[in-house]
Ligand binder design. Structure first.
Ligand SMILES: *Cc1c(COP(=O)(O)O)cnc(C)c1O
Length: 367
């Protein structure tokens, strides 16, 4: 398949479809009727490009956005007028003034952060928005049980803070039968009952599909927006949002017994044609795909053979006489969505998308 726009000289083209992301957001809204649905656009919108995706979601009506880091928020703040923009990783010491100046809401994940934000509000002489993260099982960020006890006994520590949401994060939402889900739901309800009344934010992508009990005032999907299947093992309700195509640089013929690539991990059993493509692990084609993955040509699989190199990858094109220098192979696309590539690589679709390289020609579908 030839990319709709073919930048001259580009060895690989990543086509991102912001309209498909917006359609996925609308699907998630329909699945979460009891509350709003945010857009999680951390890690450059999971590799798709936050500056492209966030405004498109905003235009679709999305009014809540999450990133991981302050720098990510600063980069897109002006693109999202009137919207809540929150930073999941919370307040690093010394950053409160930067948050306040740009109307960015920290997700407060410890009492120290709560106190720092309340101090900032006193300095500013106005209430400042924040979310409060309660840990119910992840043990990364968020108030632990002891901190929750302390805050429950002293709500005044939140004075000056406009508490937009109390939130927690599910550990195993994509495994619907994991008892951890219900346990976290119960812990979160208990925590919220002991805090000042505030709207609640619970589900990530997969959490939205756990049923009405996991609904909240604000769901926080990321992966599903970008087409990753939130219900593994069932048909994917989301639309694909990226296509990655790469060009064959050379095709060479090798004889039986000859080997391909670093460490000679693949040996031809017959006279073979090897197509070398100009992308490798530096572009996010994970090295663990060595001798495992496949590209697609005319909808048929072309086996990846040998080790993935930094800038090149080799494919056995023996069965494809039509493949020659300049041919396009589908690396990610309708025949090989990120989840499928992830399975071959021994990872998840999240890592495939967030690994997508920076040196592709990037094209917005329909642009
Ligand atoms: C990344 C993240 C999300 C989004 O999770 P997905 O599984 O990608 O939907 C939601 N909440 C928090 C706290 C996160 O870190």
């Amino acid at each position: 398949m030839i990319p709709s726009t073919e930048p001259r000289g580009a060895g690989a083209v990543l086509t991102v479809d912001p309209a498909a992301v917006a359609a996925n957001w609308a699907t998630l809204c329909a699945r979460h009727p009891g509350g709003a649905v945010a857009g999680v656009v951390k890690a450059d919108a999971y590799g798709l490009g936050a500056a492209l995706i966030a405004p498109r979601l905003h235009a679709a009506g999305c009014r809540h956005f999450f990133v991981a880091q302050l720098e990510e928020a600063l980069a897109i703040r002006d693109l999202l007028p009137g919207a809540m923009l929150a930073v999941l990783n919370g307040l690093l010491p010394g950053t409160a003034a930067d948050y306040a100046a740009r109307d960015i809401a920290p997700v407060l994940g410890s009492l120290g952060e709560v106190d720092a934000w309340a101090r900032q509000a006193r300095r500013a002489g106005r209430r400042l928005p924040a979310l409060l993260h309660v840990d119910t099982g992840m043990a990364r960020l968020g108030l632990d049980a002891r901190e929750l006890d302390a805050l429950a006994a002293d709500h005044a520590r939140l004075d000056g803070i406009a508490l937009r949401y109390a939130m927690t994060h599910l550990v195993s939402a994509e495994q619907a039968d994991d008892p951890m889900n219900a346990a976290q739901l119960a812990r979160f309800a208990d925590a919220c009952a002991r805090l000042p009344p505030a709207p609640r934010s619970l589900a990530n992508s997969s959490g939205i599909f756990l049923g009405a009990a996991y609904g909240s005032d604000l769901a926080r999907p990321g992966a599903a927006l970008y087409g990753i299947n939130p219900v593994p093992g069932q048909p994917n309700p989301m639309r694909d949002t990226v296509r990655l195509e790469a060009r064959v640089l050379q095709v060479r013929e090798i004889g039986p017994g000859e080997t391909v690539g670093y460490n000679a991990t693949w040996r031809a059993a017959r006279p073979s044609r090897i197509g070398t493509v100009g992308l490798g692990y530096a572009d996010g084609l994970l090295r663990s795909l060595s001798n495992r993955g496949a590209a697609f040509f005319d909808g048929r699989p072309v086996p990846l053979v040998g080790r993935v190199s930094m800038d090149m990858t080799t494919f056995d094109v023996t069965e494809y006489p039509a493949i020659g220098p300049g041919s396009w192979l589908e690396i990610i696309g309708p025949h090989c969505p990120p989840d499928r590539l992830a399975e071959a690589a021994g990872t998840n679709g999240y890592e495939i998308l967030t690994s997508l390289g920076r040196r592709y020609a990037r094209v917005a579908a329909g642009a």
